[in-house]
Design a protein around this ligand. Structure first.
Ligand code: NDP
Length: 281
């Protein structure tokens, strides 16, 4: 009789954030791992801001091979790692850390490419020459601005509750294209082609107060937030007769596929995961 097939301990990955309990990342990476025949486990780590640096380093020295990073830690993660990919350096925000055996901590940002993949590939949106409004100037917006400007937009407006952060973000990316930062009340019409909600207001059941004339029947409204049912942002968009509203499931899956590629050298197909999540919705 042949000996039982030896299977080594699974490689460990996970997500750090605060909160993380709502995350679908373990489900997504579990499906990717199965499809790509990769022996790994993916866990959630709820770490408050004051403990982020110490606990993340502890996880890395404890054998974790890679981490995703979610709110509110993306900018702190950019300061923690000792190497950044060019897109993460540009964003000043990290959503993926890879830990290499030579003790390099590499920080990447896959949020922007994930958003673009969802908008273009999954939703069929051509971004060239479009007027785009992004709400929020936190880690997710930081990752999205560069890849959006690479699409030769007509203009990109960044609006944020704390206007200083929107103006700072716009100034950092001004060399890449027409971008301006302002507060929510100062966003000026005419209606935009695309409005992306990159605030975490939906998570608190809130919707930023915006001027009335920003949405027309040709405006597409995209909430990076995801979850079952409507969000305050998608309700707001529907009440203004937006052409289409979408939530961030596709971005979530596409950015996860890019993280998986960094960690495992394989970009898994996203269609089966998108189909499974559509069943949950
Ligand atoms: P951050 O904590 O880095 O930034 C939060 C942003 O939201 C800031 O601009 C903040 O403004 C703003 N904000 C928070 N609360 C309110 C409110 N009540 N009203 C108006 N603005 C508010 O978070 P992230 O950038 O990492 O994440 C933002 C959102 O994007 C979250 O919902 C997250 O789940 C989602 N996301 C989705 C992804 C996906 O793959 N689908 C990937 C990444 C993020 P201020 O600067 O004034 O504090």
């Amino acid at each position: 009789m042949s000996p039982p097939h030896e299977v080594g301990a699974p490689d460990q990955y996970g997500l750090v954030g605060h909160p993380v309990a709502h995350s679908w990342s373990p489900f997504i990476h579990g499906m990717f791992a199965k499809a790509a025949a990769q022996n790994l486990i993916y866990r959630l780590f709820d770490i408050p801001p004051d403990d982020f640096r110490r606990e993340t380093l502890r996880l890395m020295t404890g054998g974790i091979r890679g981490l995703n990073v979610t709110l509110p830690h993306k900018q702190a993660a950019a300061e923690l790692v000792n190497e950044l990919t060019p897109r993460a350096a540009r964003a000043g925000a990290v959503n993926t850390i890879a830990f290499f055996e030579n003790t390099t901590l590499l920080g990447d940002n896959t949020d922007g490419v994930g958003l673009i993949a969802d908008l273009e590939r999954n939703l069929g949106i051509d971004l060239a020459d479009k007027r785009v409004l992004i709400l929020g100037a936190g880690g997710a917006a930081r990752g999205a601005v560069g890849p959006l400007l690479e699409r030769e937009l007509r203009s990109l407006t960044v609006a944020n509750r704390t206007p200083f952060k929107a103006r700072k973000l716009a100034a950092e990316f001004a060399d890449m294209g027409p971008i301006a930062g302002c507060t929510f009340a100062d966003v000026a019409g005419p209606p935009f082609d695309l409005i992306v909600n990159a605030t975490s207001a939906s998570l608190q059941g809130e919707m930023p107060a915006l001027p009335d004339d920003l949405v027309s029947e040709s405006t597409i409204c995209y909430d990076m937030a995801y979850g079952r049912g409507d969000t305050p942002f998608t309700r707001w968009a529907a009440s203004r007769h937006a052409r289409r509203t979408s939530k961030g499931w596709g971005m979530l899956v596409e950015q996860a596929a890019e993280s998986f590629l960094l960690w495992r050298g394989i970009r898994p197909g996203t269609e089966p995961v998108l189909a499974a999540l559509a069943q949950i919705e």
